[in-house]
Design a protein around this ligand. Structure first.
Ligand code: PTJ
Length: 248
């Protein structure tokens, strides 16, 4: 499909095509890593197997993540290129609900990409008439055990946070944040990724749908439970296996 084409709302995979279009457009604006589309395609494959819907265990995990964010003393939303491209507006709304900052933390860090991502969030902040603090531009601390630019973070942001929401996270960074004793909330369509398995609460769902659900849950101030992450991930896997075995 040519990204210039208008997507027909009657198309059976309209939502998925619109999401893909957002990624393509953000790529043109210089916000994304070269491999962003590949990472997105991996997510799409899992989403297809999940039926491109929020399954019940993912909704439970999202409610749990909302509960952990609400009760946190110092939450931070750590966003990468894909998450900002797909749900920047929704994450600003969530940060404003929680009164917390967004810290941009990207795997493939260049000054040009950081500038484009900060600029995009500032533009959305203005459009939504919000005043969410955008961190990450001038890192002054390091996540212990992580080499290279992805370990760079801000002292009063990710470094001191007790709870970090990390959509589309890389496994190493998730592990390093857990090793710092933080509550780590991951959004990843892959239920067997290291991030999903190694975090406190793994939400196996598409980032745009999760962000919209979080906006609904946060004002309800749900109570946190003794969440069993393995059980949540197993439910997602069971759902995929069931969907596939009922196919023919
Ligand atoms: O912006 P940067 O520099 O931090 O780079 C971001 C990417 C995404 C390129 C980088 O982190 C990367 O290469 O990621 P991976 O290792 O391919 O992992 C991406 C994970 O996110 C995979 O497990 C996908 O299944 C999942 N994923 C992709 N798209 C979505 C998703 N999960 C939820 N919603 C999506 N839309």
């Amino acid at each position: 499909m040519n990204e210039e084409e208008v997507v027909d709302p009657e198309h059976p995979r309209y939502q998925s095509l619109m999401i893909r279009k957002k990624i393509a457009e953000a790529g043109v604006k210089g916000m994304l890593a070269d491999s962003a589309m590949i990472a997105h395609g991996r997510g799409e494959a899992f989403d297809y197997l999940l039926g491109e819907q929020t399954i019940p265990s993912a909704l439970d995990a999202t409610r749990e993540a909302a509960a952990r964010l609400v009760k946190s003393n110092k939450p931070v939303l750590s966003l990468n290129g894909n998450a900002i491209a797909l749900a920047g507006q929704e994450f600003l709304t969530i940060a404003s609900q929680l009164g917390c900052p967004i810290e941009i933390n990207i795997f493939y860090r260049t000054p040009q990409r950081m500038g484009a991502l900060i600029g995009h969030l500032k533009m959305l902040n203005q459009k939504l008439d919000l005043d969410v603090e955008i961190m990450g531009g001038i890192p002054d601390a390091r996540i212990p055990g992580l080499e290279g630019p992805r370990g760079a973070c801000q002292q009063d942001g990710i470094f001191e946070a007790d709870t970090v929401l990390v959509p589309l996270e890389d496994g190493d960074r998730c592990e390093a944040l857990m090793a710092m004793g933080k509550t780590v909330l991951v959004i990843d369509l892959n239920p067997i990724s290291r991030s999903s398995r190694g975090c406190t609460v793994g939400i196996v769902d598409e980032v745009t749908r999760v962000a919209k659900n979080l906006i609904q849950f946060i004002p309800q101030k749900p109570a946190a439970t003794d969440w069993n992450n393995d059980r949540g991930l197993q439910s997602a896997l069971d759902h995929i296996v069931e969907t596939m075995s009922n196919r023919f």
